[in-house]
Design a protein around this ligand. Structure first.
Ligand SMILES: Nc1ncnc2c1ncn2[C@@H]1O[C@H](COP(=O)(O)OP(=O)(O)OP(=O)(O)O)[C@@H](O)[C@H]1O
Length: 334
């Protein structure tokens, strides 16, 4: 766990970048700092590995104050990924990733073998290993940056706007890979972004800062969407927060109605179409989100979402008015 204990940062010249910040970043989870420009996100991140020192207060990693630790040892435990990847331009991709393990005492051969494995993990095949950073796309460079930060196998990773320098389609792919990788690795990650959607998608915990480096709210994405602490947070998380919150609840508790003869099935019981030839559109299972069910009910030509079991066999119907009732009950229960 990383603990901010009443941390203040005042830069020379008098601007307060971080104002009495106290919070906890849980071990093995992703905590995302988000907020308007200049609210102290990067300053907060860089105080964790002592690139910046707090004016007062303490930052502890697993109970140990970072202030008492040797810089080099501390940074070995903390991977760092920045926007534009920050790769060494005159080293190949492979050497970019292998450099840190070599500095940590691995032989060249060991370090290179490990680097190849890491590149594969972040979705880059061996053919990229001998290229130089300038010969890669922005998204590929970001992947190398992530592989390099992982090379020392640090328990903690700091990521400052790691996905913001690439276009939305590439970013989407990097997000998916990040979530997959983090599910496997379970690093303690502190990430900075200015994009609330990215924070909600990637964060287990989201920290919203406001101007002047003050904490506006900390919570899970769903807590922030369902219970914003004030107008600033409500405005910041966005107007369709009710709809987005549905992404975090599954359809498991959603009542369904029995199938009707209107729904035509194939011999395996899988939905084919409605009786008048209208397509059923997509289907959902109990594991899918309420947001998907809502989307299906809205886009269905007959206003009914079709539930299927794990084999794709239809096993229930949700007309949109039932869904609306369920959502109202869900809201009342919160
Ligand atoms: N080296 C510095 N000297 C003086 N003031 C600084 C310094 N670095 C940052 N600041 C100020 O501290 C405040 C917080 O900066 P910081 O970079 O932490 O914000 P941020 O939330 O990461 O911003 P952005 O989203 O624009 O990157 C800003 O007002 C900034 O101008």
């Amino acid at each position: 766990m990383i603990t901010f204990d009443d941390v203040v940062k005042v830069y020379p010249g008098g601007s307060t970048a971080v104002d009495h910040l106290s919070l906890e970043l849980p071990t093995g989870k992703t905590t995302v700092f988000v907020g308007p420009s200049g609210c102290g996100k990067t300053t907060s991140l860089r105080m964790i590995n002592r690139m910046i020192n707090p004016t007062s207060g303490r930052i502890l990693i697993d109970g140990q104050d970072v202030a008492g630790q040797d810089d080099a040892l501390l940074r070995r435990k903390i991977g760092y990924v920045i926007q534009h990847a920050g790769l060494f331009p005159h080293r190949t991709v492979l050497d970019n990733v292998a450099t840190v393990p070599m500095l940590l005492g691995k032989s060249r051969k060991e370090a290179r073998t490990a680097a190849l494995g890491l590149l594969e993990r972040v979705g880059l095949s061996a053919e990229f290993a001998s290229r130089y950073p300038a010969q890669l796309s922005g998204g590929q460079q970001q992947r190398v940056g992530v592989a390099r930060a992982l090379a020392a196998d640090p328990p903690v990773m700091l990521m400052d706007e790691p996905f913001s320098a690439v276009d939305p389609v590439v970013r989407e792919g990097l997000h998916r890979e990040f979530l997959r990788l983090q599910k496997d690795l379970g690093k303690t990650i502190a990430m900075v972004t200015h994009d609330i959607d990215e924070a909600i998608k990637l964060g287990d915990v989201v920290v919203i800062l406001r101007q002047g480096g003050k904490l506006a709210q900390i919570g899970t994405p769903q807590e922030l969407l369902d219970h914003p602490a004030d107008e600033f947070v409500a405005e910041f998380v966005g107007r369709d927060r009710g709809l987005r919150s549905l992404s975090f609840d599954t359809a498991a508790g959603l009542p369904v109605r029995p199938l009707t003869a209107d729904l035509l099935l194939d011999e395996a019981g899988r939905p084919v179409s409605w009786g008048d030839g209208e397509p059923t559109g997509g289907t959902f299972t109990v594991e899918d989100s309420l947001r998907l069910v809502t989307d299906l009910a809205i886009t269905s030509p007959v206003g009914i979402a079709v539930r299927v079991d794990a084999n794709g066999k239809a096993d229930g119907l949700v007309p949109h008015h039932d869904l609306v009732d369920h959502l109202a009950e869900r809201r009342a229960a919160k």
